[in-house]
Ligand binder design. Structure first.
Ligand code: ZN
Ligand code: ZN
Length: 354
């Protein structure tokens, strides 16, 4: 066992605070990683606050991990000490069911092992995430970070990036397609960059005039202010795909009406009941499809990292020290982040030792 320094939530109503715990010694197929950077995802905040009623405390959040290999188990063949690697939202799965064999471990029939807050499949201890100085992960769930990608700005590719890339790839988005991206947060701005790099013509839908310029800066060809009925009317039956990154309830009907016949509306952020209700008319009369998508499998995540290196795509980030994490959470709740916080884990060395 090795002592790991971290920041953890100790209760739903308390700020994150320093925490020390033990990571396992590497098993034969494990890679030990010194964490350099960790992105801050909205899921981290929901977990720390127990918004989904499933959190066991203390919990160390963080599933956008980039670091350097410090040790490998005897059976590890793909990584060596010194390699730059990444770990995303999953650290294990059953590895034998059909989804696992298909490389879509996020759909594992037994449920995938989350990077934090899950039970380890072998020893039953709870997994702890990347707001820490090290992590030990089976090599199957470790990604290779390509050279040339800034490691801090690449960290959010491991969650925000794959969440938007996977559906674009699954539905074969390519040149000639018109893609709408709803919402311009951490997910949305990555969706714009990735859809553009795949060759699509991209329109951002935003409720605020203030984000029009930002959307164009990220490469959007067009911006529609969705609160402006005239602008929405003008784009009726225009899009092949709608990538919907909005995590709170919103009316899908105006967006469905903006799809061509056979168009597909893809939810990646909304887990709650759809409210207001969908008019069946909006689907039936144009053979439209309403779909959902969850992160992406390990092979596709590696493909995405290589794609981002090739196309020089990273996330727009604001780097913070771990001591600033509680302020960062408060700012995230207000939507005050452009577009992702990433923790420089060197700051953990300055945390009070306790
Ligand atoms: Zn995430
Ligand atoms: Zn499985």
């Amino acid at each position: 066992m090795s002592q790991t320094r971290a920041y953890a939530a100790h209760a739903a109503d308390q700020p994150l605070a320093p925490f020390t715990f033990e990571r396992r010694q590497p098993r034969p197929d494990d890679v030990a990683i010194e964490i350099l950077y960790c992105g801050v995802c909205h899921s981290d905040l929901h977990f720390a606050r127990n918004d989904w009623g499933m959190t066991r405390f203390p919990i160390v959040p963080g599933h956008e991990i980039v670091g350097r290999v410090t040790a490998v188990g005897d059976d590890v063949s793909r990584f060596q000490v010194g390699d730059m690697v990444g770990v995303g939202c999953m650290v294990d799965s059953c590895r034998h069911c059909q989804p696992c064999q298909d490389g879509v471990e996020q759909f594992c029939l037994e449920g995938f092992t989350m990077t934090y807050g899950s039970d380890d499949r072998q020893d039953g201890t709870m997994t702890q995430g990347g707001y820490s100085d090290s992590v030990v992960v089976s090599e199957h769930f470790v990604l290779r970070m390509p050279e040339g990608l800034d490691p801090a700005a690449a960290a959010p590719i491991l969650c925000a990036g794959i969440t938007t890339y996977s559906p674009l790839r699954h539905y074969g988005v390519k040149a000639g397609h018109k893609v709408g991206v709803i919402g311009m947060g951490g997910l949305g701005h990555m969706g714009v960059k990735l859809a553009k790099a795949l060759g699509a013509e991209v329109t951002v839908f935003t409720r605020s005039d203030a984000k029009v310029e930002e959307a164009r800066r990220h490469g959007a060809d067009h911006v529609v202010v969705s609160s402006d009925q005239a602008q929405m009317d003008a784009v009726a039956e225009t899009y092949d795909f709608m990538l919907d990154t909005v995590p709170v309830q919103h009316d899908l009907n105006p967006y469905l009406a903006a799809l061509k016949y056979d168009g597909t509306h893809i939810l990646v952020g909304l887990l709650d009941p759809i409210e207001p209700a969908i008019e069946g008319f909006n689907l039936v009369f144009k053979r439209r499809v309403l779909a959902g998508s969850l992160i992406g499998g390990i092979p596709e995540t590696q493909e995405l990292l290589d794609f981002c290196a090739e196309h020089d795509i990273t996330c727009d980030i604001e780097t913070i020290d771990i001591q600033d994490i509680n302020t960062a959470y408060e700012r995230m709740e207000k939507g005050d982040v452009r577009y992702r916080f990433v923790i420089d884990m060197a700051s953990l060395k300055n945390a009070s030792a306790d």
